[in-house]
Design a protein. Structure first.
Length: 328
């Protein structure tokens, strides 16, 4: 209108309708729904700003998007696995380590500080793990437990006479006339025990032995404190069957086949003939001799002349059938 004027407020402002004079006041875009912020809105003179919480970044000046911290190789320690989460991240250290967020490191866990982690052993911490060093008399069972060793089951026997297992150790028990040495765990003869083998309690004298012998031994008729071997091969001439011979050993015996025979393991232990001609070196020994071959015999073999040859002065010569025919 000619002779008049009109006042217009700048962007972000509006005319103050509560006063009669023409003034402009700031518009609070954060409260009137104009602002496009997806998270935090801060009103400013003539406008507004959008901001995001930690772990998010602002895009297009109004929307917040998650920051993938795992894209930065320095976010977690080299040995850790980085996992992105909404607004944050997680660092997973290998087994035996714990994540230290302050120093951004994977710190070793000292498992030995945990009570009962190594039963019957000493715990030794290692990087990322631990090991149990078992006490004497114990052996490894699993990662956290050492079990008792039953020394009485060890072969050869630690105690020649008797053994009692104990937790973490053992004790030798001895026959009458013997006493256990606690240092060597062996049985030692009492000074009054003169028996070679078994000292039997004498009810008439507590410090005297009645000497006895182990199975397959007998008291020496010339010395009652000593024992001599029983020769089963002499006492029982037919103790070995199936053509086997008896061989006496101290306290026992065994049966073995005669030379040229071997045990037939598919039967009742009978001895069968060995075919020496099937033994390579024996066969070759015969074949190396001119015009000879190997002939198996019961219990042995012969390097005999081939068919059509006869032995003359230890040499196999060809038989002249024509001459032999003329002799007829």
């Amino acid at each position: 209108m000619i002779g008049d004027y009109n006042c217009k407020c700048n962007t972000g402002y509006k005319q103050n309708s509560t006063v009669t004079d023409l003034t402009c006041i700031d518009i609070d875009e954060c409260t009137n729904g104009v602002a496009l912020c997806t998270d935090t809105c801060t009103n400013t003179p003539g406008g507004y700003t959008c901001s995001c919480p930690q772990g998010y970044s602002l895009r297009n000046n109004h929307s917040c998007h998650d920051v993938d911290e795992c894209l930065d190789s320095k976010t977690c320690p080299v040995t850790a696995l980085c996992s992105n989460t909404p607004g944050s991240y997680k660092c997973a250290c290998p087994s035996g380590y714990v994540y230290n967020r302050v120093n951004n490191t994977c710190d070793n866990i000292d498992e030995c500080l945990t009570s009962g982690v190594c039963v019957n052993g000493d715990c030794q911490d290692t990087q990322g793990s631990f090991q149990c060093n078992c006490h004497s008399g114990f052996e490894y069972f699993n990662k956290t437990f050492c079990k008792d060793i039953n020394e009485c089951n060890i072969k050869p026997a630690l105690c020649p006479m008797g053994c009692v297992n104990k937790i973490g150790g053992y004790e030798c028990t001895c026959s009458f006339g013997w006493i256990a040495n606690t240092s060597t765990h062996k049985c030692e003869k009492q000074s009054w025990n003169t028996c070679q083998q078994i000292c039997q309690y004498d009810p008439n004298d507590h410090n005297k032995c009645i000497c006895k012998c182990s199975n397959n031994f007998e008291v020496d008729p010339t010395n009652s404190t000593k024992c001599i071997d029983i020769d089963e091969c002499v006492r029982q001439p037919n103790i070995c069957q199936n053509g086997r011979k008896c061989v006496n050993t101290p306290g026992s015996y065994h049966c073995e086949c005669l030379p040229g025979f071997e045990n037939d393991w598919t039967s009742s232990g009978a001895c069968i003939d060995i075919n020496e001609c099937e033994v390579p070196h024996i066969l070759q020994q015969c074949l190396r001799k001119k015009n000879r071959t190997c002939i198996n015999t019961i219990g042995s073999y012969n390097c005999s002349c081939k068919e059509g040859f006869e032995e003359v002065s230890d040499v196999c010569t060809q038989i002249d059938e024509c001459k032999m025919a003329g002799r007829v």
